[in-house]
Design a protein around this ligand. Structure first.
Ligand code: F6R
Length: 588
């Protein structure tokens, strides 16, 4: 949700912190701040807006000092104001803190601290960390002890980094990611590898209850009980840093176009890993698939594919609902978690609950070093590179590509995607060639308040996914509806010029769905068809190529992504950073 970064080293901290925050801005972008240490004094600048805006107005990058911390915020407690922006100092200026997560017991702690004379400046839960540290640090000036005492007091989920006036930077983690990047004479402490990948590929992934204390001479790791811990140094892939926009105006558009390659990458799984994943899966007594948002839509498609081609029954459960549906989850169950980030709090909670009940955990993630991947018995990586646009695009088709490979393995190649992806790639190229035409259709929809998207069978999850993209990118109400259900109620919503998008490729669902399109048209709707087969019922037609039936979802979602992107531009919304959202939802 928020991004946090700490730096200590030989270089000037402020410009590095600003650059790191820009790279991690996808995690939250309502306010920004940094703190550096210069001549033993903590200097803080912070304000509301995106990193580039705040940097321009407050000249963040010119704060002096070689030690510092930084933050981009996604507000949870307290409005979007300069005062609520991080870093937060205590009462004296000896300590400043940046935090990601939620301190659940902050009101009790705050009352206690106010009773001891502490004065709070913000409405955030995070500020209690600064005052707690100050309380424990002021008594014996022992940073290690102050960190331990503070962590013991906090409940909730958190990763925080604090800077102390003596030049020490210290971080702690509990259920939020925190990663150390090792550089000469110092280190980074960051929410994401992207925060430091320009400077080092040597990373230490902290575990829950780990604390790090670092300055130029030392890097010390210990747990909340004060016991030293050692964690392996992992070499992370430099490609993780390939997050530039290139020739595209937005990351989202670039990522939509990248799908030609990323679908192939995702499908190229290591056979040994794939077989061991499928072994665990096929031995499940009960199989569940979970995910949130877009990743849940992938789960819905997987359910169809498993049932139709591998004859494996499974249940899909939204991660946020998982805790309420535990009746049959046991030690003979297998849970497949699907997640781009591998850090989504709801997904992690589902995984942990299933693990506690003895289930095996499989996962499909884009970040192989993520918490979900690390808890899993076996995971497959989507390999689509960093997805910076907050709305999932290439990670969705990447997840589908991995899921198709799993199904192909389970049914001895009956879907055929493992053998040959050229058909799919050609079909996606054709859709991308139609980008301008799709943009023109978006032009005709400028004043639309509601959009309905119909699809049956495998196309229904795509209608949900298309609607989600339109909602989050263009702020237009959109709803995915199973085409067969329209006559059971939603038809009442259709009136003259209501926009209805019909996903209707020529497979077993075609005849029924075209009938639904006529029923809607008869009530005055404007019908947009996405199909390989033209029909006079469509007011606008987006042609997709004919591919083998089960693979249509990979193709038909792309025009919906493009449409959502251009609707966002029409609405003057920023497609990369939709309002109120964050890419990695690490709070429940
Ligand atoms: C939609 C979107 C979100 C995510 C959801 C889960 O475009 O990006 O709905 O799909 O927050 O995120 P991951 O896949 O990282 O668990």
């Amino acid at each position: 949700m928020c991004s946090i970064i700490g730096y200590t080293g030989r270089l000037y901290a402020a410009p590095i912190l600003v650059q790191s925050l820009k790279r991690m801005e996808y995690r939250g972008y309502d306010s920004v701040g940094i703190a550096t240490i210069n001549n033993g004094k903590i200097l803080i600048r912070k304000g509301i807006g995106k990193v580039a805006e705040v940097n321009e107005s407050l000249d963040l990058g010119h704060l002096p000092g070689q030690i510092g911390i930084g933050h981009t915020r996604w507000a949870t407690h307290g409005g979007v104001t300069d005062k609520n922006a991080h870093p937060h100092p205590g009462c004296t200026n000896d300590i400043a803190v940046v935090h990601n997560g939620i301190i659940e017991n902050y009101s009790e702690l705050k009352a206690e601290l106010i009773g001891l004379g502490h004065k709070f400046k913000s409405q955030t839960d995070s500020e209690v960390i600064a005052h707690l540290l100050e309380l424990h640090y002021s008594s014996h000036r022992d940073i290690r002890q102050a960190m331990i005492e503070t962590c013991k007091k906090l409940s909730g989920t958190y990763a925080f980094v604090a800077v102390f006036e003596d030049g020490t930077v210290s971080g702690a983690r509990y259920d939020e990611p925190l990663i150390i990047g090792i550089v000469d004479s110092g280190c980074f402490i960051s929410s994401d590898v992207l925060g430091f990948i320009e400077y080092t590929d040597k990373a230490i992934f902290l575990d829950n209850r780990d604390i790090v204390v670092s300055n130029r001479d030392r890097l010390e790791l210990f747990d909340f009980d004060g016991h030293s811990v050692t964690r392996p140094i992992t070499q992370v892939a430099w490609e993780l840093g390939a997050a530039e926009k290139g020739k595209y105006t937005h990351h989202t558009l670039k990522e939509i176009h990248e799908q030609i390659q990323t679908i192939i990458e995702a499908g190229n799984q290591n056979n040994e890993k794939l077989y061991s994943f499928c072994d665990i899966l096929s031995n499940a007594k009960n199989l569940y698939i979970t995910g949130s948002g877009t990743s849940y839509h992938s789960a819905l498609i997987a359910k169809h594919l498993f049932s139709r081609f591998a004859k494996i029954r499974c249940e899909t459960i939204m991660s946020s609902e998982f805790q309420y549906m535990l009746d049959a989850v046991d030690d003979k169950s297998v849970l497949i978690a699907i997640s781009q980030s591998g850090e989504t709090a709801d997904v992690l909670q589902a995984v942990k609950i299933a693990r506690q009940m003895g289930s095996k955990i499989l996962s499909v993630v884009n970040i192989p070093t993520s918490s979900v991947a690390r808890i899993s018995d076996s995971f497959l990586s989507v390999n689509c590179g960093p997805e910076i646009g907050v709305a999932a695009t290439k990670s969705f088709t990447g997840q589908l590509s991995v899921l198709y490979s799993i199904v192909d393995t389970l049914c001895n190649g009956c879907v055929g995607i493992s053998r040959d992806k050229s058909e799919i790639i050609k079909a996606i190229e054709l859709v991308l060639d139609d980008e301008i035409k799709i943009a023109e259709i978006a032009d005709t929809m400028e004043d639309t308040k509601d959009i309905y998207i119909l699809g049956r069978s495998l196309h229904y999850p795509i209608s949900l996914e298309g609607a989600l993209k339109i909602k989050e990118l263009a702020y237009i109400h959109a709803e995915g509806i199973p085409a067969g259900e329209i006559k059971h109620g939603p038809l009442a919503l259709i009136e003259k010029n209501t926009i209805v998008i019909v996903i209707n490729p020529s497979d077993a669902t075609y005849n029924s769905t075209i009938s639904s399109a006529y029923e809607i048209k008869a009530r005055g709707a404007t019908v947009i068809g996405i199909s390989d087969k033209l029909d006079e019922v469509y007011d606008h037609f987006i042609k997709i190529a004919k591919v083998s039936d089960p693979l249509f979802p990979l193709v038909e979602v792309i025009p919906l992504q493009i449409l959502a992107y251009y609707l966002a531009l029409k609405k003057k919304a920023d497609p990369d950073y939709p309002r109120n959202l964050a890419k990695s939802v690490t709070v429940r």
